[in-house]
Design a protein around this ligand. Structure first.
Ligand code: UT7
Length: 329
């Protein structure tokens, strides 16, 4: 018997209520709505505010919604993976903490660190546990509270990022629809251009690192942009070729929402018109691991069984990748 494919059988998203608009950013740093819109396509981003609230709380919101929608209880989950760059704390894993808050301790749960490509890494990893028959219900979450690592006096990064979480349920497919293929890559030499300088074993937290603002995102935007445009388009084209798909065979591109210009370049390389591309960067900005599941959540009503959906991402590491899904419902 052929091994079953893993299929996404439900999607849910959570974005915080607070909207940080370009108008508000204009009062915080030397920027303008015009610059932000033309360079990135972002109008506003959500910020998770509140004492004692962390990434795991957004994970819990997304997973609770997912469970309710799909008619499952927390104790039905066999495994929870959280892709995040902003864990509640360096250890334990945010997935462990979320399981405790959800009431599903004693299952396999861990975090995946692959920045903006984290959701694709986690989705592909989780799918293997379904394909092998080891588990029946696997929940994959992409969640980031980017506001916790942003320097709101640095105009080159603070206008880009936002907070949010998206979750999907994976189960064995009952037909030929499901997660078909993934191409996942990394290149650690890219670390020089996008990283957080302090707070790890290389440079533990100290009064000096705090004073120097080294616990926030450092990005050489132009360089990252060049790599992102090339690699995201390359990998999207690669997955089409590997699966003998032409532009007209693709129903949807789900691109990482880092910059509208990177999204446009990827769609162009794939030969896709704009109306086949999921774009919500204007509303949510770059939520790092959250962007892809948040798109799926918003577009779910438009997806049809059997649709060829290509997800593509690029981010810190560098990491990048693409996944082909035949939508299962
Ligand atoms: O998701 C993870 C991966 N990350 C990415 O994919 C991000 C990739 N990079 C980008 O999206 C873009 O590089 C940015 C949006 C970060 C920057 O856009 P850019 O078109 O590459 O701008 P730039 O860095 O070349 O800066 C152009 C000018 C500079 O001024 P000068 O040197 O020409 O006088 C910047 O100082 O724009 C200035 N600038 C700003 N001006 C107004 C930079 N940030 C701002 C700002 N408002 N917020």
């Amino acid at each position: 018997m052929n091994k079953p494919l893993a299929a996404i059988t439900g999607v849910y998203g959570y974005v915080p209520e607070y909207r940080l608009t370009n108008a508000e950013l204009e009062k915080m740093v030397d920027t303008s709505d015009e610059w932000i819109m033309t360079r990135t396509g972002i109008k506003e981003r959500r910020i998770f505010k509140g004492e004692g609230l962390a990434t795991s709380d957004m994970v819990v919101e997304a997973v609770k919604g997912l469970l309710e929608k799909t008619g499952n209880k927390a104790t039905d989950i066999d495994m929870l993976l959280v892709a995040t760059t902003t864990p509640d704390m360096p250890f334990p894993a945010t997935a462990n903490i979320a399981c405790d808050k959800l009431g599903c301790n004693h299952i396999l749960s861990f975090d995946i660190s692959a920045a903006c490509s984290g959701f694709l890494y986690a989705l592909t990893t989780g799918a293997k546990f379904i394909e092998t028959g080891m588990y029946k219900k696997v929940v994959i979450v992409g969640a980031d509270k980017m506001s916790s690592i942003i320097n709101y006096t640095d105009r080159t990064t603070c206008v880009i990022f936002g907070d949010g979480a998206g979750a999907v349920l994976l189960e064995a497919s009952t037909d030929s629809n499901g997660i078909i293929d993934s191409v996942l890559k990394s290149d650690g030499s890219g670390r020089h251009y996008l990283h957080q300088k302090a707070g790890g074993s290389l440079k533990p937290a100290s009064a000096e690192t705090v004073a120097a603002n080294e616990h926030t995102v450092y990005q050489e935007g132009k360089t990252v942009f060049k790599f992102a445009v090339k690699n995201m388009a390359d990998v999207a084209e690669d997955i089409m070729k590997r699966n003998n798909l032409k532009s007209e065979d693709i129903a949807w591109l789900v691109p990482h929402q880092a910059n509208l210009r990177i999204i446009d370049a990827t769609a162009e390389r794939m030969g896709l018109p704009k109306d086949k591309v999921m774009i919500n960067i204007e509303k949510f900005g770059n939520t790092t691991a959250g962007t892809l599941p948040l798109c799926l959540w918003e577009w779910e009503p438009k997806l049809k069984k059997g649709d060829n959906v290509v997800l593509a991402a690029f981010g810190g590491g560098f990491t990048w990748g693409a996944t082909l899904i035949k939508w299962a419902y």
